[in-house]
Design a protein around this ligand. Structure first.
Ligand SMILES: *Cc1c(COP(=O)(O)O)cnc(C)c1O
Length: 423
C-alpha cells in the first residue's frame, strides 16, 4: 500500500468529511517556505500550516535548540517542579506584553489556553463570592474546539451537534464607529452579571479574516473595564508578528486582564498554549482556603521541549531581519491589495500586517461558496501553492521567511486563477 492508502485505512482527519475527501497529500519534508510531497512536488505553504509556522519549516536553529534540550531534559511534571526553559520563556514573553501581564500559565494548544482563561475569570468572581456567570463574546468568534472554547465561539455548522450542551454566551457585534453607542448600552444592561469579555483582537481569523479597527476595540475595552468586566484577549492567531506588530495589543490603548497564545508561539514547531494574567487575577486565587486554587493542569504543562522551541522562535522573531521581512510582506500585501481591489470578482479586500484576505464575489448561495473554495484550493495546489479558502473567502498568511519573489509568484497566480474563473 502507498502512503495515501495506509493513511485512509487508519487516520481520521480534522475538519474533513472522510467520505468525500480526496486522498491526503503525503508530505515527506519541509524546508523554509516549502513543503515537499512523496513525489518530489514542492508547495509554497501560504497558510503557514494552519497559521502556526513563522520562520519556515524545519528551521535549523529551532531544530538545534530543541535537539539539545531533548538530550538534556525532555519532560518533567510541572506541579512541584520547574525548569530553566519555562522560567526563561515566561520572563522573555512577559517583557513583550502589556506591563500588567505578570503571570504565565502553561497548557498545550489554543483551545486549552482559552479554557484556562475562562476558568480564571469565572473563578475570579467565585473566589470573591460574587455571582458573575455571563460571558460576552463577538458574533462569529472562533476560540477553539473544546467545549468551553466552542461555547464562546459563534454558533455555526461546527458547533451545531453540541448546541444544547454549550453554555450561554451573550454575542455582540464587532465595534464600528457607528455601533459603539448601541454596544455600550447592550453591555451596560447586563454588566453586573458579566464575568468577562473574550475577543479576537483586530482579526477574527476562522470567521474569514474579518477585521475591525483598533480605535473602536480600544473604546469597547475601556467601557468594559469601567463596568468591571474582565478582558480576555485571544491572541492565539494574532500573536507573534502576524498583524505587523509583535502583538495586536501593540495597536490598542487599553490593556487586557488575560491573554491567550498558541499557534505562532513555538514558531509552529511544537504544540503549546499560554494564558497570561495580571496580578489582580492571580492574587484572587491566593488563599489559605484550598477551594480557591486554580485546579487545572495538563500532563504536558510547560513541556521543556516546547518551551525551548518557543524561546528559539522568539529569538528569531526579534531579529532585525525577521522584523524587516514582516514589514516587507506587509508592504507587498498592501500593494497587491490595491491591484486586487480593481478585480471585478473581488470584494472586501482587507489587510493587516502579514494577513491579506478578500471575498470572491459570486451571486450564488452558500453551498456554492463551499464548492468555489474547494475548486480554488485545487487550482492553487496544482500550481504549487497551499491556500485554503474559507468558503468564498481567500486569504494569505505566509511564513515570515517568504521572499519577495515567492510572494510575487503567489500574487500572479492568484490573478491568473481569479481571471480564469470569471463567470
Ligand atoms: C486557532 C485558534 C484557537 C484554537 O487553537 P487550537 O490550537 O487550534 O486549539 C483559539 N483562538 C483563536 C483566535 C484561534 O485562531
Amino acid at each position: 500500500m502507498n502512503l495515501q492508502q495506509r493513511d485512509r485505512a487508519v487516520n481520521w482527519h480534522p475538519y474533513t468529511q472522510m467520505k468525500t475527501a480526496e486522498d491526503a497529500i503525503p508530505i515527506v519534508k519541509g524546508k523554509g517556505v516549502y513543503l515537499f510531497d512523496d513525489e518530489g512536488k514542492q508547495y509554497i505553504d501560504a497558510v503557514s500550516s494552519w497559521w502556526v509556522t513563522l520562520h519556515g519549516h524545519a528551521h535549523p536553529y529551532i531544530a538545534q535548540r530543541v535537539s539539545e534540550q531533548l538530550n538534556t531534559l525532555e519532560q518533567v511534571i510541572f506541579a512541584g517542579f520547574t525548569h530553566e526553559p519555562a522560567i526563561q520563556l515566561s520572563e522573555n514573553l512577559l517583557q513583550l506584553l502589556p506591563d500588567n501581564q505578570e503571570k504565565v500559565f502553561y497548557s498545550d494548544n489554543g483551545s486549552t489556553a482559552v479554557e484556562v482563561a475562562l476558568k480564571m475569570c469565572i473563578q475570579f468572581s467565585y473566589n470573591q463570592e460574587k455571582e458573575k456567570t455571563k460571558i460576552l463574546a463577538f458574533k462569529n468568534a472562533y476560540h477553539g474546539d473544546t467545549f468551553g472554547a466552542m461555547s464562546v465561539s459563534g454558533r455555526s455548522v461546527w458547533t451545531k451537534p453540541f448546541g444544547d450542551m454549550l453554555f450561554d454566551v451573550v454575542f455582540i457585534d464587532t465595534p464600528t464607529s457607528d455601533n459603539l453607542k448601541i454596544l455600550k448600552s447592550q453591555i451596560k444592561e447586563i454588566a453586573d452579571e458579566v464575568a468577562c469579555f473574550i475577543y479576537e483582537p483586530l482579526v477574527q481569523g476562522a470567521a474569514g479574516m474579518l477585521m475591525h479597527n483598533p480605535e473602536d476595540l480600544s473604546e469597547l475595552m475601556k467601557f468594559c473595564r469601567e463596568q468591571n468586566i474582565l478582558l480576555v484577549q485571544d491572541e492565539v492567531f494574532t500573536g507573534f508578528g502576524r498583524t505587523g506588530k509583535l502583538f495586536a495589543a501593540d495597536y490598542l490603548t487599553e490593556k487586557p486582564d488575560i491573554m491567550c497564545f498558541s499557534k505562532g508561539l513555538t514558531g509552529g514547531t511544537m504544540p503549546m498554549g499560554i494564558t497570561t494574567s495580571s496580578n489582580e487575577i492571580f492574587n484572587a486565587f491566593l488563599s489559605e482556603d484550598k477551594y480557591k486554587t486554580l485546579f487545572h493542569g495538563h500532563s504536558f504543562t510547560a513541556n521543556p521541549l516546547a518551551c525551548t522551541a518557543a524561546l528559539a522562535s522568539m529569538e528569531l522573531l526579534l531579529k532585525a531581519e525577521t522584523q524587516e521581512s514582516i514589514q516587507l510582506i506587509s508592504k507587498k500585501h498592501y500593494e497587491f491589495s490595491q491591484t486586487l481591489r480593481q478585480h471585478p470578482q473581488v470584494e472586501n479586500v482587507r489587510q493587516i500586517g502579514t494577513i491579506l484576505a478578500w471575498d470572491f464575489k459570486t451571486e450564488h448561495g452558500t453551498s456554492y461558496f463551499n464548492t468555489i473554495g474547494k475548486h480554488f484550493y485545487k487550482e492553487f495546489l496544482n500550481k504549487g501553492i497551499i491556500m485554503r479558502p474559507l468558503g468564498n473567502v481567500m486569504y494569505l498568511v505566509p511564513p515570515y521567511c517568504i521572499t519577495a519573489e515567492e510572494l510575487d509568484y503567489i500574487y500572479q497566480t492568484i490573478l491568473q486563477v481569479l481571471t480564469t474563473n470569471l463567470n
